[in-house]
Design a protein around this ligand. Structure first.
Ligand SMILES: Nc1ncnc2c1ncn2[C@@H]1O[C@H](COP(=O)(O)OP(=O)(O)OP(=O)(O)O)[C@@H](O)[C@H]1O
Ligand SMILES: [Mg+2]
Length: 233
């Protein structure tokens, strides 16, 4: 079966020196896959590579069975790739409604609001005035209205209190279950995401240090910590 997203022996980075090598990773419909690792490990670069914004240095990245387009990255979005970057990239001077309308027609916005009812009373407010949690809800809602098949989310809980992060994650879980979207998510609250995700990859020095079901990875915390400290093996 064709995966939604597949990295095949991929080396990625900038210039001559790869940040991560030999990445083999896949995302299937209806699953949340966590991508973990210390600062600078290459998580954001991985998502940028999946989106076609950074070209892989070696190997193959496939979206729905076709090579990711690195020359015209908007084509990947048209084919079903959604990306919520770590800075959320909202139009802060536009209202919540205008942010959503920039991504999809009104009928789809109505549907998305069923997943994010907390945005409804905020539709007329400028996005820049929303709280961090509300902004993250809006960023994910804006990606969801475009009806992605695979959704990349970088630093989901950046700037959020754990309770709010859990609320956003709970909403995401509903979307994944009901719409069958595949999610690749980078998250700093390691325990929280491993309890919510189906599978996980942990980057260590230069590559995937460990991977498996989220439950398995949760049970191998010393190895996860070693990967974070850059002391594999
Ligand atoms: N545009 C760029 N040009 C050159 N090097 C870059 C560029 N962007 C990032 N890097 C470098 O690539 C490496 C991986 O960065 P990346 O942002 O992917 O890490 P990360 O795992 O997302 O880290 P964090 O947890 O801090 O967000 C870092 O050493 C970083 O300095
Ligand atoms: Mg990052």
């Amino acid at each position: 079966m064709t995966s939604l997203l597949e990295f095949d022996d991929v080396s990625l980075g900038y210039g001559q020196v790869p940040v991560v090598t030999k990445v083999n990773l896949h995302v299937e419909p209806g699953e949340i896959v966590a991508l973990l690792g210390r600062n600078g490990a290459g998580k954001t670069t991985t998502l940028l590579t999946a989106s076609g914004l950074v070209a892989p240095m070696a190997g193959r990245v496939q979206l729905l069975g076709q090579e990711v387009d690195t020359r015209r990255p908007h084509r990947n979005a048209q084919r079903g790739l959604g990306h919520v970057p770590d800075n959320r990239c909202l139009f802060t001077r536009l209202t919540v409604a205008e942010n959503l309308r920039a991504a999809a027609p009104p009928s789809r916005i109505k549907q998305a609001l069923t997943y994010f009812p907390m945005l409804e009373p905020l539709m007329g407010r400028r996005a820049g005035l929303l709280s961090g949690g509300e902004q993250q809800m809006l960023a994910i809602a804006r990606a969801v209205v475009a009806e992605p098949k695979v959704l990349l989310i970088d630093e989901m809980s950046i700037g959020l209190a754990p309770l709010m992060a859990r609320a956003v994650l709970e909403r995401l879980g509903v979307i994944v279950r009901e719409l069958g979207v595949g999610v690749l998510i980078v998250e700093q609250f390691v325990h929280m995401i491993l309890r919510a995700a189906d599978r996980a990859y942990v980057y260590g020095d230069q590559g995937v240090a460990l991977s498996g079901s989220a439950r398995e990875v949760l049970g191998r915390m010393p190895e996860v910590e070693a990967a974070y400290l850059g002391q594999q093996g």
